[in-house]
Design a protein around this ligand. Structure first.
Ligand SMILES: O=C1O[C@H](COP(=O)(O)O)[C@@H](O)[C@H](O)[C@H]1O
Length: 216
C-alpha cells in the first residue's frame, strides 16, 4: 500500500458525531500526524453558521477545535437558511470537494467515512425512499422536506460516500437494532439507505451491545 502525505476523514453528524469528536479530543493525538488530516462532514443541516442544529457546531462543541488539525483543513459544508439558497450551496460544497480531489474525480480520496444511522436506516441525509438516494452524477445533493428536522439539508451522495476506502457505520442504541439487522441483510434497498453504502476496501459496522442485539 502506498503511503500518502494527507488523509481525509469524513465525520458523521448526530449522536455518534458528537461522541466520536469528544473521544478524539480526549485522546493524546500527535500534532505531526493530525496536521495532515482534512476533516469533512457526510451531511449538514442547512441552517446558519453556528446554529445549534449544525453538525459542525456539535463537533465544535464536543472539542473539534482542540484537535491538532489546522483550521484550514476543516471543511464544514456551506451554511444558509432558505430553500432558494440550497442548490447554490450544494454546488459550492461540490466545488470545495473537487478542489481536494485527484484529477478527474469529484471528491477527495476519503480514507475513512464515519456514518451514524437513524432508526429508519438513514445515513448522512439520505432518507428512505427518496430520490436523493439514487443521484449518481454529483457528489453532493440538496435535501428539502427532510423527514427528520431541520427540513433543509445537504448530503454527500451514495457515489461520493462509496468512493471512500473505508466506510465505518457507527451505531449505538436499542432503537437502531432492527434497522441494523435489516440494513446488513439488504443491498441497495430504497427503504434502507444504510444498505447502499460500502467502502472500496472495507465496510465495518461498529455497534454497541444494544444496537447489536439482533445480530447473529
Ligand atoms: O440528522 C442526522 O441523523 C443521523 C443519525 O443521528 P443519530 O443522532 O440518530 O445518531 C446522522 O448520522 C446524520 O449525520 C445527522 O445529520
Amino acid at each position: 500500500m502506498a503511503l500518502r502525505d494527507v488523509a481525509h476523514l469524513v465525520l458523521t453528524g448526530g449522536s455518534m458525531g458528537t461522541r466520536t469528536v469528544a473521544a478524539l479530543a480526549a485522546a493524546e493525538l500527535s500534532t505531526s500526524t493530525w496536521s495532515k488530516v482534512h476533516v469533512w462532514w457526510g451531511d449538514e443541516r442547512f441552517v446558519p453558521e453556528s446554529h445549534p442544529d449544525r453538525n459542525d457546531q456539535h463537533a465544535r462543541d464536543a472539542g473539534l477545535d482542540a484537535l491538532p488539525v489546522p483550521g484550514a483543513n476543516i471543511h464544514p459544508a456551506p451554511a444558509g437558511s432558505t430553500e432558494e439558497e440550497l442548490p447554490a450551496a450544494a454546488a459550492t460544497w461540490a466545488r470545495e470537494l473537487a478542489m481536494h480531489a485527484p484529477e478527474g474525480e469529484q471528491t477527495p480520496r476519503f480514507d475513512v467515512v464515519l456514518l451514524g444511522m437513524g432508526p429508519d436506516a438513514h445515513v448522512a441525509s439520505l432518507f428512505p425512499d427518496r430520490a436523493e438516494l439514487t443521484v449518481t452524477d454529483q457528489s453532493t445533493v440538496a435535501v428539502t422536506d427532510s423527514p427528520k428536522p431541520p427540513a433543509l439539508r445537504l448530503s454527500l451522495t451514495v457515489s461520493a460516500l462509496c468512493a471512500a476506502e473505508r466506510v465505518w457505520l457507527v451505531v449505538a442504541g436499542e432503537d437502531k437494532a432492527e434497522a441494523v439487522v435489516a440494513a446488513r441483510a439488504a443491498q441497495d434497498d430504497p427503504a434502507l439507505p444504510a444498505s447502499w453504502v460500502h467502502g472500496t476496501r472495507q465496510t465495518i459496522w461498529w455497534l454497541d451491545e444494544a444496537a447489536a442485539q439482533g445480530v447473529t
